[in-house]
Design a protein around this ligand. Structure first.
Ligand code: GLU
Length: 476
């Protein structure tokens, strides 16, 4: 239910933008140019299914073309509308700027409940939507590059890539027209897990600075921290899995569409995921308490709250009751502008969406570069790197023998050191570096400017400054 005073998603993004630009020295003209959405294309098309023509409505919105191609996912959901895709496109502009992915911002959506159609029908609908967008250059390797979002994944991206290639038979870069493709159709290792992985890297960086943890009244590392996750889709699942399996975090709550699971001793993320795919929801999962009213679990005590589902779930009606001292926005826009004010007032630390979920577009960037270079990362240097490491190990071995074998290299060290990096390792390294550097740029603004008291404003300041610099360089 929406609060009467709650602004729309796009208005919410604008309010947050306005709060940041008030602290900047941009000319009013440039400020307006950056804020507005450049264009939104609405398409209605018919597909004959089950003997009848079904009409679908889709959108592709381009927020800013200060860099091209513009980038952003395509969402399949029944609630898709123009306001939403415009808000999401704006967030893409800022997200790409913040993590230095050289793209403008865009977003698409199709108003559809994908669960109501079988695979063959979805393929026909997707190909038709892709055709409508591609013929207007709204799918194009150098102009507009979509990716997965809610309700879409590798499968849809493969159909889109194939549809574009059929329409552009002589384009040698056709495969770069969309990212998030399966590995065997031009994708990159680590793209599926990328957004969840990015959430993990973001939290690790947050916990590296005691000043930041102290702001949230926390201390130490991620080990033993109690986490509640809303939404066990691609992003929530991977974030929860990595945090619990690799960082020692305890997943005490999982909120899904049919209620929430709660267990203070920790939930087994893999087991919950398997239960959901078998039973269609979390209800009946053993080893946990089930709450019918899932949203109420957002208000439970925990150290870290990860909204990884829809926008607007933390709003004027529940913000005051949120107890988590740290929220990381794995979804886009889960906290409304009004809720953000309330939480800031309470001292809740929010790691904002435009940074927290930027892992997806970061690895999309790597995929696009891989597609344009037509070669897998690591293919040229991996064995050469291994050969050079072997030289060092052999030499050390000789020295050790000459010294009477008082010290020998352990097998574990040799194994780790000798292996040249493969594509997945390179992708993870590039993602980790990106997430650290972007966080540090926000952190500097947060701690060093006296007039910024939250990470979201810091993120907007860094991002808007970069977009403004691009426009200025163009002479606009
Ligand atoms: N849909 C994702 C997002 O919101 C990924 C976009 C992309 O990879 O281009 O960031």
């Amino acid at each position: 239910m929406t609060h009467p005073k709650e602004p729309s998603f796009r208005e919410s993004v604008d309010l947050m933008f306005n709060r940041a630009v008030a602290l900047m020295d941009l000319s009013p003209g440039l400020e307006e140019k950056i804020r507005v959405c450049n264009a939104t294309y609405t398409v209605r098309f018919g597909v004959r299914l089950r003997g009848e023509i079904h009409t679908f409505t889709g959108y592709r919105s381009v927020h800013s073309e200060h860099k091209e191609p513009v980038k952003g996912g395509i969402r399949y959901a029944i609630g898709v509308n123009q306001d939403e895709v415009e808000a999401l496109a704006a967030l893409m502009t800022y997200k790409c700027a913040l993590v230095e992915a050289p793209f403008g911002g865009s977003k698409g959506g199709l108003r559809i409940d994908p669960r109501k159609y079988d695979e063959h029908e979805l393929e026909r609908i997707t190909r038709r939507f892709a055709y409508e967008l591609a013929k207007r250059d709204m799918i194009h390797p150098s102009q507009n590059v979509p990716a997965p979002d809610m309700g879409t994944g590798e499968r849809e991206m493969a159909w889109i890539a194939d549809q574009y290639a059929r329409m552009n038979t002589t384009d040698i870069n056709a495969i770069a027209c969309v990212t998030g493709k399966p590995l065997n159709a031009g994708g990159i290792s680590g793209r599926v897990e990328a957004t969840g992985r990015g959430v993990q890297y973001a939290l690790r960086e947050f916990f590296r600075d005691p000043r930041d943890t102290a702001q949230a009244g926390l201390s130490g590392t991620l080990d033993g921290k109690r986490v509640i996750v809303q939404g066990l889709g691609n992003v929530g699942y991977h974030a929860a899995k990595f945090l619990s399996e690799e960082d020692g975090a305890i997943i005490t709550g999982i909120i899904e569409h049919d209620g929430a699971l709660h267990n203070e001793d920790g939930l087994d993320v893999e087991a919950v995921r398997a239960w959901i795919s078998k039973h269609g929801g979390v209800k009946g999962f053993p080893d946990a308490l089930h709450a019918e009213e899932g949203a109420a679990v957002l208000e439970h005590e925990c150290d870290i709250l990860i909204p990884a589902a829809l926008e607007g779930v933390i709003n004027l009606s529940n913000a005051a009751r949120i107890k988590a001292p740290l929220i990381i926005e794995a979804a886009n826009g889960p906290v409304t502008a009004g809720a953000d004010d309330i939480l800031r007032e309470k001292g809740t630390v929010i790691i904002p969406d435009m940074y927290a979920n930027a892992g997806g577009v970061t690895v999309s960037y790597f995929e696009w570069v891989k597609n344009l270079s037509h070669i897998r990362f690591g293919r040229m240097q991996r064995r050469q790197e291994e050969a050079r490491h072997q030289l060092v190990v052999d030499e050390l071995q000789k020295i050790s023998e000459a010294m009477g074998n008082t010290y020998t290299l352990s097998d574990r060290f040799k194994q780790k050191y000798l292996r040249g990096a493969d594509e997945l390792e390179l992708v993870r390294s590039g993602l980790d570096d990106t997430m650290r550097i972007a966080y540090q740029s926000m952190r500097d603004v947060w701690h060093e400017r006296g007039d910024v008291d939250d990470l979201r404003t810091a993120a907007y300041l860094v991002a808007i400054e970069k977009v403004a610099a691009s426009y200025r360089a163009k002479g606009l």
